[in-house]
Ligand binder design. Structure first.
Ligand SMILES: Cc1cc2nc3c(=O)[nH]c(=O)nc-3n(C[C@H](O)[C@H](O)[C@H](O)COP(=O)(O)OP(=O)(O)OC[C@H]3O[C@@H](n4cnc5c(N)ncnc54)[C@H](O)[C@@H]3O)c2cc1C
Length: 419
């Protein structure tokens, strides 16, 4: 097999990838792999950048199971197959007058993969995507269907579950009535203003993304996504920056980006990348660290000191905020955070060479790495960053005692016991 992740930065070691077309087929497959003594693992749309989704056995992707969305709980929640891409669900919800509270930068990822890695968008009041999950249904290693709901013991340990305990087949998500968002792009905001007014800037809209190359004289671009009643007024000048009127380009192109300067449905404004085009650059590697909000400005200033080293390796960096939650392995567990993200050029050796400097600049702020992106923080650093990690590991061991869903990544970082 010569299958790779979406960006091509990791080649899977697994011996096969299987795409069941129903939950019953997936359950049967789990039973037969169990009988053969092969390890199994859920695979989503392969948008992670490391070996988190890999193993030495069989990868099972549920992306071909029909989405079958259904309004439930008096219409304020949706039940949907877990392998569904957010874009497909969002399109269905909009057609039914409903919406998600938030999305990541791209609508192409699967729901199961996104919630399993703590995927997030931006917004002081917006939690990671997993915070909208009401119920998870999964198959264990014997192919038995199991379910857990918000409020049940251990639910918070299973939301960002890293694929460590089973194959998630269905989720129920919170939804709300559809809404409009106006996205505006500002340039020319000074670094002093950004660092001094960081909290005011991120609090000013539903979702704010700050893009930087770290070495530019004024902040490259700030994307401001406001929920609006209608397409009326917007500020031409904002925190000393000017509104951009031409389509903004990120990582080289504007073709694949959602529109700015005019209000539109939530699903066509909250993600940066359009559902009907290829996202981002493709030839890239991603890294992200989360620091607590009180440390945010100091952490950004510390990374900026490395600007001259970082810029030649970067497509772009992005700063986003995430609300605190109670999910054990969430990047925002018990603290509101700023995500400091890097979309690197596809130069793994160069990235590995610069990451120690980035991680050492951020070390005083106890950074939490994004589970699905490239970082060098070892097991003891990861354990120090998440108080509940030992409990999460115990939970996964109890749910999957044979280690069928374990892999090198989980064992290397202390998230599963070594076998
Ligand atoms: C262009 C681009 C933009 C991105 N933007 C963002 C962003 O805005 N915010 C952000 O936080 N991240 C972002 N990411 C990272 C991405 O959201 C995560 O890596 C996410 O996990 C990808 O989902 P996936 O479906 O591709 O999962 P995969 O990479 O296929 O798998 C990820 C994990 O989920 C598990 N998994 C998948 N399916 C199942 C299942 N059915 N049951 C159990 N476990 C399962 C796997 O075992 C693995 O552990 C981006 C990535 C790319 C390539």
């Amino acid at each position: 097999m010569n299958e790779r992740t979406w960006s091509g930065t990791h080649t899977f070691r697994a011996s096969k990838i299987v795409y069941p077309r129903s939950t019953a087929e997936a359950a049967q497959l789990l039973r037969s792999e169990q009988a053969e003594g092969r390890r199994v693992r859920g695979l989503g749309t392969r948008h992670s950048f490391n070996d988190i989704a890999d193993n030495d056995g069989t990868l099972i992707s549920l992306i071909d199971i029909p989405a079958s969305p259904e309004l439930v709980d008096s219409g304020d929640a949706v039940k949907v197959a877990a392998g569904t891409r957010y874009g497909e669900l969002a399109t269905w919800l909009e057609a039914h007058g409903r919406a998600l509270r938030n999305m990541g930068s791209l609508p192409h990822i699967s729901i199961a993969g996104a919630i399993s890695t703590g995927t997030h968008g931006s917004g002081d009041e917006n939690g990671i995507l997993a915070t909208s999950v009401r119920r998870i249904t999964w198959l264990d290693a014997d192919g038995e269907e199991r379910s857990i709901a918000r409020g049940d013991e251990s639910f918070a340990g299973m939301l960002v579950g890293l694929g460590a305990y089973g194959l998630i087949t269905e989720v129920v998500l919170d939804i709300e009535p559809t809404y409009l968002v106006r996205q505006d792009v500002y340039r020319g905001i000074s670094w002093d203003t950004l660092l001094f007014s960081l909290n005011d800037i991120t609090a000013s809209a539903h979702s704010v993304s700050i893009f930087t190359m770290w070495d530019e004289p004024t902040v490259e671009q700030v994307w401001v996504k406001k929920r609006v009643a209608a397409d009326d007024h917007t500020d031409e000048e904002w925190f000393g920056g000017q509104r951009e009127r031409v389509p903004a380009a990120l990582v080289g192109s504007s073709e694949n980006l959602t529109e700015h300067g005019i209000a539109g449905p939530w699903l066509d404004r909250i993600p940066h990348f359009r559902v009907d085009s290829a996202p981002s650059h493709g030839d890239e590697i991603q890294t992200e660290y989360f620091v607590s909000r009180p440390d945010a400005a100091a952490a950004v200033a510390a990374v900026r000191e490395l600007g001259a080293q970082l810029a030649p390796l970067l497509h772009v960096s992005e700063l986003r905020t995430v609300a605190a939650d109670e999910i054990w392995l969430s990047p925002a567990y018990k603290q509101a955070v700023l995500g400091i993200h890097f979309t690197w050029r596809n130069d793994l050796a160069g990235v590995h060479a610069v990451l120690p400097a980035v991680e050492s600049a951020l070390a005083p702020y106890r950074p939490r790495p994004h589970w699905g992106k490239v970082h060098l923080i070892p097991a003891d650093g990861v354990t120090a960053a998440w108080d509940r990690l030992p409990e999460a590991r115990a939970l996964y061991e109890a749910l999957d005692p044979s280690g069928s869903f374990s892999n090198d990544y989980l064992e290397r970082l202390g998230l599963r016991g070594t076998r």
